[in-house]
Design a protein around this ligand. Structure first.
Ligand SMILES: Cc1ncc(COP(=O)(O)O)c(C=O)c1O
Length: 351
C-alpha cells in the first residue's frame, strides 16, 4: 500500500535557498536584510522570554493584527498573521484551490506557488513574462480560480504598475494574490486596493525590510469574508509568542525599517553600477536584490567561484531565466567585496 498521496510521491518538493551556519559566508542568496532589526524588537523579545514561554500564544494573534491595522490603516478583521508569508500562501491555497481548479501565474516567479498548486491538485497555467517583465497579456482571460502575482517579482526584482494590478483584480473572476514580500523597496503598493476589491489578497512579510527572516512573520490583507475563511484553515497557533511581540515592536518602529530600506536602495544603485562596469546586464530592480546576466558566459562558474571565496549568491538557469545570478543587496562593504571578487573572476574575459 502506498502511504503517501500520489502527488506527494511524484512531486520534487520545494527547494529553499542554501542556509549555511550563520557567519560562514557573505550571504547574498536569499534576500535577507544585512542590518539588524529595531532595538525595540530585541527589548520586546527579552521581556516576553522573562514572562516565560509555558503558555500558548493567542491563536488569533490579536495584538499583532491590531498593531498592523493601525500602522497600515485597515481594520483588524481584514488581517491574518502567518508564520512567514509562506504560511499564508499555504493557508490561501488550502482554502481556495480544489482539485482540478485552474491557477494562473506569470513565470518565472517564486517557485513555492507551483508546489502549493501541485499539493492541492490544481491545474497550473503559466504565463511567461515578456523579456521586459511586464504583466503577461492573457493572464486575465483564463478565468482562473486563483492567480498569483509576486510584485515586485522574484527572481527578476521587477515590478508591474499598480494600475495594471488593479485592472487585473477587476477583470479576474477568482482570487488575486499579490505577494508584496519586497514592496518596501519599491515605489507603490496595491494595499489600498484591498478595500475596493473583495477578490484581492495582499501579502506582506517582516522577513525582508524589517530584518526578521529568522522569526517568520507574514501579514495577509483581504476582505473580512476571505480572512474569516483563511482563519478556519490555519494551524491553531501558527504565530508563536516571540514572533508576535517582535512583530508588534518592529511595526511600532517604522523609522528604523525605513532608514535601513533607504540604505539598501542606495546600495542597490552601487551594486547595479558595479555590475554594469563588469559587463553585466541588470533588470530594473524594485526589490532588495538584482538579477544579472553577462552574455553567454556560464554564470554557474561565477557562482561556484564566489562560493569558494566565501560569498553565496543564487544561480538560476531555467526557461525565461537563462544563466543568471540573483544577488541580494547587502551592506556597502559586502557589496564592495562581492564586486571585487566578481571582478577578479570575470576580469579579463569578454562579456
Ligand atoms: C516572492 C516571495 N514571497 C514570499 C516569500 C517568503 O517570505 P517569508 O519569509 O515571509 O515566508 C519569499 C521569500 O524569499 C519571496 O521571495
Amino acid at each position: 500500500m502506498d502511504t503517501l498521496r500520489r502527488v506527494v510521491r511524484e512531486m520534487a518538493g520545494y527547494v529553499p535557498g542554501e542556509q549555511p551556519p550563520v557567519g560562514a559566508f557573505i550571504k547574498l542568496n536569499t534576500n535577507e536584510n544585512p542590518y539588524p532589526p529595531s532595538p525595540q524588537v530585541l527589548e520586546a523579545l527579552r521581556k516576553e522570554i522573562e514572562k516565560g514561554l509555558n503558555l500558548y500564544p493567542d491563536p488569533l494573534a490579536t495584538s499583532l493584527r491590531q498593531t498592523a491595522a493601525r500602522v497600515y490603516g485597515v481594520d483588524a478583521e481584514n488581517i491574518i498573521v502567518g508564520n512567514g508569508s509562506d504560511d499564508l500562501l499555504t493557508i490561501i491555497s488550502r482554502a481556495c484551490i480544489d482539485s482540478g481548479d485552474p491557477v494562473a501565474m506569470p513565470t518565472p516567479t517564486y517557485t513555492l506557488y507551483d508546489t502549493l498548486v501541485v499539493l492541492q491538485e490544481g491545474i497550473h497555467h503559466y504565463f511567461p513574462f515578456p523579456p521586459d517583465f511586464s504583466l503577461p497579456a492573457g493572464i486575465k482571460n483564463l478565468g482562473a480560480k486563483l492567480t498569483f502575482l509576486a510584485n515586485p517579482n522574484s527572481p527578476s526584482g521587477t515590478a508591474v504598475p499598480v494600475t495594471q494590478v488593479e485592472e487585473l483584480a477587476r477583470a479576474l473572476p477568482g482570487i488575486l494574490v499579490v505577494d508584496e514580500a519586497y514592496v518596501d523597496f519599491a515605489e507603490e503598493t496595491a494595499l489600498p486596493l484591498v478595500a475596493r476589491y473583495p477578490n484581492l489578497v495582499v501579502l506582506r512579510t517582516l522577513s525582508k525590510s524589517f530584518s526578521l527572516a529568522g522569526l517568520r512573520i507574514g501579514l495577509g490583507f483581504a476582505h473580512a469574508d476571505l480572512i474569516h475563511g483563511f482563519l478556519k484553515v490555519k494551524d491553531s497557533y501558527n504565530v508563536n509568542r516571540l514572533s508576535m511581540v517582535a512583530g508588534c515592536a518592529a511595526l511600532e518602529d517604522l523609522p528604523w525599517m525605513l532608514a535601513n530600506r533607504d540604505r539598501i536602495v542606495r546600495t542597490r544603485e552601487r551594486l547595479c553600477q558595479g555590475l554594469k562596469a563588469l559587463g553585466y546586464g541588470v533588470h530594473l530592480s524594485r526589490s532588495n536584490f538584482v538579477l544579472s546576466y553577462r552574455g553567454a558566459e556560464r554564470q554557474e562558474r561565477v557562482y561556484r567561484s564566489l562560493k569558494e571565496r566565501g560569498i553565496l549568491v543564487r544561480y538560476f538557469d531555467a526557461p525565461g531565466l537563462e544563466n543568471s545570478l540573483r544577488i541580494t543587496v547587502g551592506s556597502d562593504p559586502m557589496t564592495d567585496r562581492l564586486l571585487e571578487e566578481m571582478g577578479s573572476i570575470v576580469g579579463g574575459e569578454r562579456a
